[in-house]
Design a protein around this ligand. Structure first.
Ligand code: SF4
Length: 371
């Protein structure tokens, strides 16, 4: 194990390279990273598949602590989270790299970056929490790429945010091993988990991963934490959008997670290594939403399209539209101060303030590093 405490810089002159906890030595001289199921086995000087974790001085280090590919204040609906402090601004940031290899990646300029110069902005946890407060954000999102691979930075930021009553949100593929999963989610208040498909074949052939590990994360979040979470499935024509697959996914969600976990079916656009597929038709998203509702899921949404029906939150008891949206913008609000339907008094699942936020649909890029 490391002689340097996890989270501590190896070299005080370079705070972006810090010691980590989850790895072990192998008999053949390599070191295995135990953060995600990819289990990279590294020789001295090698980087893991995620690119930001590497072996240096006989240990696995994180090489992107405090470095970001950019900061932006977004509507929280963009994460997407529709049931967690709706209408509020969230300070979003990510680093570089990813531990999956999705051929359709919609964020590939950051997640697939092999160039640490992408990490043009810098902010330590304290500076980030202070910026979030100054900008009027209720939460900070670890997004653009997966906080799994920069968990030491994400956790320290979440701790600094909690001191200022600012919540932390993980936007993640859920591809993480059990021990780091426990540590990461102890510090998170909400998450959006990508469930990229519901077949092992899709995860293996399209993402170079495994479905079961993601399902394990979802079950863990539901059964063993208070983290509010929602699911996103990006629908790709003819790859993961069949009725049979969507029905299997919705059945599993109802059986294992219950009816109150919201699901977002979002539209694919051709990108990265998948330019041979057309964009997802709006009708596919509506069909998926209908399947989810028919299976008993109470909150099913369409995403990346203008669809007032698919954007609305319905009261599961009386059917009233308790929240209406247009894409990321809140329109009507029919919940009382305790998050209950004003028509019939039935609680809506989620985390709601007495009043909705008024941030709207705007995105506001911000620069945090001293110039
Ligand atoms: S976190 Fe990175 S280095 Fe560690 S196993 Fe996963 S891909 Fe490999």
């Amino acid at each position: 194990m490391s002689s340097v405490a996890p989270g501590t810089p190896l070299d005080p002159a370079d705070p972006s390279v810090v010691a980590t906890r989850y790895w072990h030595s192998l008999d053949d001289g390599r070191i295995q990273c135990d953060v995600c199921p990819r289990a990279c086995r590294l020789h001295e000087g090698q980087r893991g598949m995620c690119f930001v974790r590497a072996r240096q001085q006989g240990q696995v280090v994180l090489t992107s602590y405090g470095r970001s590919s950019g900061f932006c204040v977004d509507p929280i609906e963009k994460k997407p989270l529709n049931h967690f402090l709706p209408g509020t601004p969230i300070l979003s940031f990510g680093t570089a790299g990813c531990n999956l290899a999705c051929r359709f990646c919609q964020n590939w300029d950051m997640s697939k970056s092999r160039d640490l110069d992408t990490l043009a902005d810098a902010a330590g946890p304290e500076a980030l929490a202070a910026a979030a407060q100054r900008l009027g954000c209720r939460s900070v999102a670890f997004t653009y790429n997966d906080p799994t691979i920069f968990l030491e930075y994400a956790i320290d930021t979440a701790l600094a945010c909690r001191e200022r009553d600012i919540r932390s949100v993980a936007v993640t593929a859920g591809y993480i091993c059990a021990e780091p999963r426990r540590e990461l989610y102890r510090h998170m208040d909400a998450a959006n988990v990508d469930l990229k498909a519901f077949t092992e074949r899709f995860y293996r052939d399209v993402c170079a991963g495994h479905l079961q590990d993601v399902l394990d994360t979802l079950v863990y979040l539901k059964r063993e934490t208070d983290v509010w979470f929602e699911i996103t499935t990006l629908l790709i024509p003819e790859l993961n959008d069949s009725d049979a697959e969507l029905e299997a996914e919705c059945r599993w969600i109802v059986d294992e997670l219950g009816v109150d976990v919201p699901i977002h079916f979002t539209a694919f656009h051709p990108d990265w290594k998948m330019t041979d597929r057309p964009p997802t038709p709006a009708a596919t998203l509506s069909r998926a939403r209908r399947i989810a509702l028919d299976h008993g899921i109470r909150y099913a949404y369409t995403g990346n399209v203008h669809d007032r029906e698919g954007d609305a939150t319905l009261c599961h008891s009386c059917g009233a539209r308790v929240i209406e949206r247009d894409w990321y913008e809140l329109l009507a609000w029919r919940l009382d101060a305790r998050g209950r339907c004003v028509s019939c008094g039935t609680p809506c699942a989620g985390v709601f303030a007495a009043q909705p936020g008024r941030w709207g649909a705007q995105r506001q890029p911000v620069r945090l590093a001293a110039r």
